[in-house]
Design a protein around this ligand. Structure first.
Ligand code: ATP
Ligand code: MG
Length: 658
């Protein structure tokens, strides 16, 4: 007779948990956070606790004895991922840090290093960014002779965008050209040809661009049973935040990762979908129940972030939305001040107003790091930045110009990249061009030699002009000692590269002292990584600090720094007081979007995201007129989004100069 042992697997019983989940979460949140098995879709508005639910869910899993290794948390930015895992760690201790978290791209990069060989990918592949892609396209274009065309061929950046759009929308390049770039229709065939060459080039040089990371990950998961089994055995519980901004491929990757475990939870808000220009599909949320007909659908209707007036303004804005599920959020938080709608005379007055008001709020006890200024495009903040500097208000800026786009940092990284992947042509060309006496032509010739050389770092037999000999020798010498460090932590390698590069830098830039400091900064970052490949992957995917300003901001002892951010980079975050600036037709909504209804809708959602970042205090401001030199037009109408919000819900402010 077989005896039956009854094992209670009901995880909803709070027995020995340190955290009182039921008290900290509302009923729906609690359900989502304590059910680990099976598919769950959580669809809910801004500030309703979606991210909080995920954080507590991970904590609960760890407390229930699930190994951190088995959990995968995907989010939209790395900042968001590390932020969430920090919060998990604060709840349950260091185990939280061992959970795998990151963006789809960074996850793909790691998985491909480990399992890429199942689909013939060497683990030493390099990741190229948009700038590198542009350089390669330029190179191929001249190889193909397309630069000699009489009529205007699209610029390298535009071509790179076409390729990426084709990937993200899963369309052919000619389709993309005719749909989005009809002005280049006559070049469609050539562009397609260039696309093929670009693909071959990347393959031959072991280069992956951002889109390739997802494409290869998908290929790995869908074609290699062995790899998929290994991966899904490891990551048994998969979660994705901000699911409304995933594209079609990411959705399919999500399904493959969930695999037979089917322990998958995605959360999102269709009203906050702001990346359709990159192929994000709100429909991923709608289609989730089709992929998993047995999924639990959890809706969160209560907003815990914003005061009633702020939320009412947000709801009112979305009443004019053309599409989407209608959902009106309610808040438990009491009343508060009406959001201010501030008309300023010009850009400068707007900057002065924002700075002065920030100081006023600070006087009232609100810390700078509890305030943020948000804008549609990075350049909208220039004037304000000057004003903040003038008044000594410390700030960081997110979005816009990236730390690593600075030429000197790319130079350093390129040297490190050829140590990792000696066939990385883009990096070689960059490195060779830094040597005196070497131009584009000889650089390509030298690379041909390198590609077939026994030892690619030995440049002694390279034919070059006499003027270049010394430089090549020094490079060769440096690479000889650097190449032995390929499997060591990157800090030492960076030192060697920097020693070699400093004289070049000094020769090239008048402001070299400032640039030296950037490289020091990079060295500090490098010090945090155990392997070169981790370091390079990390940098390529998303610089640890979003912008030069941020990376170089002095580490203040208290966290008293104001945030300036593009709205895209502010996703998922919240502040006590928020300023939305440049709410002006032509700026926000942007000039480009005025002609297309879907784009306008996306701008509206962007405004919704901006407004819903505010907890207590919101000011939307605009200069009453500005001259836009780029288009030669006068912008002089407040944003239509201000007009769409019921006028009783905003308090008009005017500026009286004293
Ligand atoms: P977004 O759509 O902007 O990403 P979200 O739905 O992810 O927002 P969260 O950021 O998780 O929302 O939560 C918003 C705020 O509300 C946070 O400060 C969070 O701690 C708080 N909050 C959420 N749920 C609760 C709750 N049940 N009790 C107390 N505070 C809560
Ligand atoms: Mg969130």
């Amino acid at each position: 007779m077989v005896k039956t042992f009854k094992l209670n697997t009901d995880q909803t019983v709070d027995r020995a948990f340190k955290i009182d989940y039921a008290a900290l979460l509302n009923e729906q949140q609690y359900e989502a956070a304590t059910q680990f098995r099976g598919p769950i879709l959580c669809i809910a508005g801004a500030g309703s606790g979606k991210t909080r639910t995920l954080i507590y869910r991970v904590a609960r899993m760890l407390e229930s004895g699930i190994a951190p290794d088995n959990i995968l948390l995907l989010t939209f930015t790395r900042k968001a991922a590390s932020n969430m895992l920090d919060r998990v760690a604060a709840l349950v201790g260091n185990e939280g840090k061992a959970v795998a978290g990151g963006t789809y791209h960074s996850f793909a990069a790691n998985i491909l290093r480990k399992y890429g060989h199942y689909i013939g990918l060497k683990s030493s592949y390099s990741i190229i960014d948009e700038g590198d892609a542009g350089d390669i396209i330029n190179f191929l274009r001249s190889e193909l002779g397309f630069n000699k065309k009489e009529s205007r061929f699209p610029q390298k950046k535009t071509v790179a965008q076409m390729f990426s759009k084709a990937n993200n929308l899963e369309k052919t390049v000619p389709d993309i050209v005719s749909a989005f770039y009809p002005q280049f229709e006559e070049h469609s065939e050539d562009i397609e040809r260039l696309h093929e060459e670009f693909g071959k080039y990347k393959l031959n040089n072991m280069l992956l661009d951002y889109d390739d990371l997802l494409i290869y990950l998908h290929r790995l998961l869908s074609t290699s049973d062995a790899a998929r089994t290994a991966i899904t055995t490891r990551y048994r519980y998969v979660m994705a935040d901000e699911y409304q901004d995933t594209n079609g491929l990411q959705a399919r990757i999500t399904f493959l990762l969930a695999g037979e475990n089917r322990n998958i939870m995605v959360v999102g808000d269709d009203a906050q979908s702001i990346y359709s220009f990159r192929g994000a599909r709100v429909t991923n949320i709608l289609e989730f129940p089709q992929a998993y007909p047995d999924c639990r659908i959890i809706r969160l209707e209560e907003n815990y972030r914003s005061t009633r007036p702020i939320l009412e303004a947000a709801n009112s804005l979305m009443e004019s939305a053309r599409e989407g599920f209608k959902k009106t959020l309610v808040t438990q938080k009491g009343s508060g001040d009406l959001p201010a709608c501030v008309c300023c005379e010009d850009e400068q007055e707007q900057a002065m107003f924002v700075a002065a008001r920030i100081l006023e709020l600070r006087e009232q006890g609100i810390k700078l790091n509890n305030m943020a200024v948000l804008f549609r495009s990075s350049f909208h903040a220039y004037q304000l930045e000057l004003e903040l500097k003038r008044r000594n208000i410390p700030y960081v800026k997110w979005g816009g110009f990236k730390f690593l786009e600075a030429g000197h940092l790319k130079d350093v990284i390129s040297h490190m990249r050829i140590v990792q992947n000696p066939y990385d042509q883009v990096s070689w060309l960059r490195v060779l061009l830094l040597i005196e006496g070497i131009g584009t032509h000889s650089a390509s010739e030298i690379f041909k030699h390198i590609r077939f050389a026994q030892n690619p770092y030995d440049l002694s037999t390279v034919k070059a002009r006499a003027k270049a000999e010394k430089g090549l020798q020094q490079l060769s010498k440096m690479l000889a000692s650097a190449s032995s460090l390929v499997n060591s932590p990157p800090a030492r390698l960076l030192e060697i590269v920097a020693d070699y590069y400093f004289p070049i830098l000094k020769e090239r830039f008048d402001d070299y002292p400032r640039r030296f400091k950037d490289i020091d900064q990079l060295a500090i970052i490098a010090g945090k990584f155990a392997t070169l490949s981790d370091f390079l992957t990390d940098l390529a995917l998303e610089p640890p600090k979003d912008s030069v300003d941020e990376a170089l901001a002095p580490e203040t002892s208290e966290d008293e720094t104001l945030v300036l951010s593009t709205i895209h980079s502010a996703k998922g975050l919240e502040w006590h007081s928020v300023f939305v600036i440049h709410a002006l037709e032509g700026r926000f909504p942007s000039l480009r979007s005025l002609k297309s209804e879907p784009e306008l809708e996306e701008e509206r959602r962007l405004m919704y995201v901006a407004i819903t970042r505010a907890a207590e205090n919101l000011a939307i401001s605009y200069p009453s007129q500005i001259w836009d030199p780029a288009t030669g037009s006068l912008l002089a109408r407040p944003s239509r989004f201000i007009e769409e919000i019921d006028s009783n819900l905003l308090e008009p402010w005017q500026i009286a100069r004293q």
